[in-house]
Design a protein around this ligand. Sequence first.
Ligand code: ADP
Ligand code: MG
Length: 322
Amino acid sequence: MALSEFELIDRFFRRPAPHAILGVGDDAALLAPTLGCELVASVDMLIEGTHFLPDAEPEALGHKTLAVNLSDIAAMGARPRWALLACALLEADPAWLASFARGFLALADAYGVELVGGDTTRGQLALCVTILGEAPSGRALRRSGARAGDAIYVSGRLGDAALAVAHHAGRVVLTPAERAYCELALTRPTPRIALGERLRGLATAAIDVSDGLTGDLGHILDASRVGATVDLSLLPRSPAFDSRLPGAERALALDCLLAGGDDYELLFTAPESAAAPLQALSAELKLALSRIGTIEAARGLVVRDEKGEPLASPPRAYDHFG
Ligand code: ADP
Ligand code: MG
């Protein structure tokens, strides 16, 4: 039996929201921010064909739809609190919706995020999440605080998700083992929430790597009016890259590492004095924090190859209109 719009919302998206004054079910949600905190707001849209394939597994899609938003909140050094979900659906398929909601809500629960509203309409599959978080007043991380001499760090590792995309496109053939972890990086990104919150007071600037390292570092450099040198040999990467960087597939490997996108790692800058605390934080969170380069006073981004020579033309980041 076909579900009505309101049955659909009730069944899949209406849940208790103990930290909201009013959640799903009225004309709008009512939320009370914590005293002494600023609200941190962000919205992200995922469109079928642009951000995911028509046959995307719905539970993984639910996870990723929220994960990309949580990643933005992490990059601000904030704590996620509430989400609103707007979706256009071609049909109200209960099995698809149950699976999508499971993926979305499991991740929401894992980070204490409450779904407090949304909109549901018929149309070509599109998903749009608004996320609200909080950070102590004046302490959120921005892109604009990097200073000459700061070290540049990135969490986790880069390029695996892009390798999975390249595999799907037939541009590379991954081994089954490589494919397993690259696919996981693409479909189940882990938002670095705990790291982001702990970087308040340590990092001078931060961004999440969603469009590729060079492009996203470029945003920090522009906002901070500085330049940078990054060493290719220092970029954290999986074994899938070690076999490809020296050989015939070097161009593709460089592209994935430097401009691949979909990494959802945190890229941040910090002064020398933060090196020891960051090392301790990395051990505590069991998350690699790799120093990949240095902020320079002179504008521009230099990527040095394994021999220390600048790459002639570092791969450029993804641009929807580029
Ligand atoms: P209105 O017509 O006043 O905009 P709607 O009929 O769109 O209200 O939605 C009814 C309630 O269900 C609202 O509280 C809205 O926030 C919520 N809602 C609608 N779609 C979703 C969804 N996909 N996820 C969560 N809440 C939703
Ligand atoms: Mg509405």
